[in-house]
Write a protein that binds this ligand. Structure first.
Ligand code: NAP
Length: 311
């Protein structure tokens, strides 16, 4: 089979397309013929060798994907893989393979695993969001931002979302009854606070904390909290803003979730897919051979939902 392999950590050109033997599943494992693989930012940090946990070299990247289960012929999506999903076949643990609802394409299935599980965990397992709260999704146009918008709207939150490009803002606006702002506009948070009648947000889900955390704390309603999902470096804050709001900063990292929490998140996501309230957004599809370009685009171009690779 064809698979992307990384033999050394480095820039995107270390992602090489190679021929490998097709994996053989043992008991408890499932082989999936991959039709689309999701590309997550963490895979670029790992590839660069800049992540807390690194795989043994060589390895095939990718945790998300969708395709055909080889033993049953069923359409499935996967939320983890033993050998990586940037490949024609992915070996997965049985519990990481879920039916792909009718009406969803394989590319949409590849946009589900990490993005939707992260969004659910951030909103409901860590930030304990409840209906009626005002939430700012700071970075709503991305692979995780759009699922966060959809889950928040479905749960009855009052949602404001931000994006840095016109196309991104259109995509955010298309998610429902939401307010949309441009996070590249230096005054966007003032406008956001104005939208809340000056009260501020009960919850801010933050996808670039190194750029925004200090200002987020000034946009909190009394007892509001910031849920940090993404950050690419250190940041300075004024702790008095936290005191004034009696606010809280929460963090999350998906691998820290306990098995029962992961299962609960996945079950909730499956329910939302089956009822039609969750609709994965695929921004770009590239051939597997263009994995290096995919990693560059993910870091350099405005986000428009999830980017997927097609074998
Ligand atoms: P993505 O698809 O590349 O999206 C990145 C998002 O960040 C886009 O919405 C982008 O908006 C936005 N952004 C860019 N500049 C911003 C700014 N100044 N202020 C606010 N937002 C800004 O990536 P993703 O898959 O959604 O992941 C987003 C972040 O969460 C990444 O850092 C990723 O590593 C992290 N993450 C963490 C976990 C976890 O377990 N903690 C899990 C998954 C992902 P524009 O492109 O429109 O400017």
């Amino acid at each position: 089979m064809r698979a992307v392999r990384v033999h050394e950590f480095g820039d995107p050109d270390v992602l090489l397309l190679e021929e490998l033997p097709k994996p053989e599943p043992v008991e408890g494992e499932v082989l999936v013929r991959v039709q689309a693989a999701g590309v997550n930012p963490a895979e670029t940090y790992v590839r660069a060798g800049a992540y807390s946990e690194l795989p043994t070299l060589p390895y095939t990247p990718g945790a998300d994907g969708a395709g055909v289960r080889m033993d049953t012929g069923e359409r499935v999506y996967v939320t983890g893989s033993l050998g990586g999903t940037y490949a024609e076949y992915a070996l997965c643990r049985e519990e990481d393979v879920r039916p792909l609802p009718d009406g969803l394409s394989y590319a949409q299935g590849a946009a589900l695993g990490i993005p939707y599980t992260t969004a659910y965990r951030a909103l409901f397992q860590r930030a304990l969001a409840v209906a009626g709260e005002r939430v700012l999704i700071h970075g709503a146009s991305g692979g995780v931002g759009l699922p966060t918008m959809q889950l928040a709207l479905a749960a009855g939150l009052e949602v404001t979302g931000t994006a840095g490009s016109e196309a991104g803002r259109e995509l955010v606006a298309a998610q429902g009854d939401v307010r949309v702002l441009d996070h590249r506009d230096p005054s966007h948070l003032e406008a956001a606070i104005e939208h809340t009648g000056g009260r501020g947000f009960d919850l801010i889900v933050e996808f670039l904390a190194n750029a925004n955390l200090g200002a987020d704390l000034k946009a909190l309603a009394p007892r509001g909290r910031v849920m940090v999902v993404g950050s690419r470096g250190p940041v300075e804050i004024d702790a008095r803003d936290l005191m004034n709001a009696e606010g809280a900063i929460l963090g999350m990292r998906l691998p820290n979730a306990r098995p029962h929490e992961v299962e609960a998140a996945r079950a909730a996501v499956d329910a939302g897919l089956n009822s039609g309230v969750l609709r994965p957004v695929v921004g770009r599809e590239l051939p597997l051979a263009e994995a290096p370009r995919a990693h560059r685009l993910l870091m350099e171009r405005p986000a428009l939902g999830r980017l997927v690779l097609v074998p």
